[in-house]
Design a protein around this ligand. Structure first.
Ligand SMILES: [Zn+2]
Length: 198
C-alpha cells in the first residue's frame, strides 16, 4: 500500500491505532496542540465528557494530504456522529488548524476505551459507568449489545451514582439512549442510567 493512498478504512492504519484509553497528552507529545484543542469537544449526548475521555477520539496524525483526526463511533449508526465530526473540524478551524476527520469503524469502539477520568465524570453526572466488557470481538460486541445481556450478567451489580449503593435493579434495558439501561436505586430510590459495556 502506498502512503499517499486515500485514507479510507485502511487496515494498515488501524493497526497503528491504540487499543485502549488514551491519556491526556503532554506538551512533548506529537500533535499536542491539536490534542489540546480537541479536549474541548464533548460527546453531544454526554456534555461533561470529551471525545478522548469517551475513547471516541483515537488518533491525530499527519498524512500526505494534511492533518487527520481519527474518530470511532460508539456504535454503528450513532446519530451524534456527524455532529461530532463537525465539532472536531470547527474546534480546530477556530484555532487556525485545518484537519480532516476520518471515521474508522474497525476495530470497533469499546467501553473499555473510556478513560478513568471519563468514568468518574459519568458517575458525577449521574450515569453509572460501564463494567469492563471482557470481550474484544466486534461481532460478539454487536450481539451482546442487542441481546439481553443483563440476564446472564446477574452477578454484576451496578453501583448507584448518587449514593454508591449496590442495591440497585434494572427497570428497563434501554434508557434515555440505546447504549444505556435504566436502573433504580433501592436505597435512595433515585432512577439512573447505566452505560452498558460493549
Ligand atoms: Zn442510591
Amino acid at each position: 500500500m502506498q502512503a499517499d493512498a486515500t485514507p479510507s478504512q485502511a487496515n494498515a492504519a488501524s493497526a497503528a491505532l491504540p487499543d485502549g484509553p488514551i491519556a491526556l497528552k503532554k506538551p512533548n507529545d506529537a500533535f499536542y496542540t491539536t490534542w489540546s484543542l480537541l479536549e474541548s469537544v464533548t460527546d453531544p449526548e454526554i456534555p461533561v465528557v470529551n471525545l478522548r475521555e469517551m475513547g471516541i477520539l483515537r488518533a491525530v496524525r499527519q498524512t500526505a494530504t494534511g492533518l487527520e483526526v481519527v474518530i470511532t463511533p460508539t456504535y454503528s449508526g450513532c446519530p451524534a456522529m456527524s455532529q461530532m465530526q463537525d465539532d472536531v473540524v470547527n474546534a480546530l478551524s477556530r484555532a487556525g488548524v485545518a484537519a480532516r476527520v476520518l471515521t474508522q469503524i474497525a476495530p470497533a469502539w469499546s467501553t473499555d476505551w473510556m478513560t478513568p477520568e471519563g468514568r468518574e465524570k459519568l458517575r458525577a453526572y449521574g450515569i453509572a459507568p460501564p463494567h469492563p466488557s471482557g470481550c474484544g470481538s466486534p461481532v460478539a460486541n454487536v450481539i451482546q449489545f442487542s441481546s439481553k445481556r443483563a440476564a446472564g450478567g446477574a452477578e454484576l451489580t451496578v453501583a448507584c451514582p448518587q449514593c454508591g449503593s449496590h442495591n440497585t435493579t434494572e427497570t428497563s434495558h434501554f434508557g434515555s439512549t440505546a447504549c444505556k439501561a435504566l436502573y433504580r436505586c433501592l436505597d435512595c430510590l433515585e432512577p439512573f442510567d447505566y452505560f452498558k459495556p460493549y
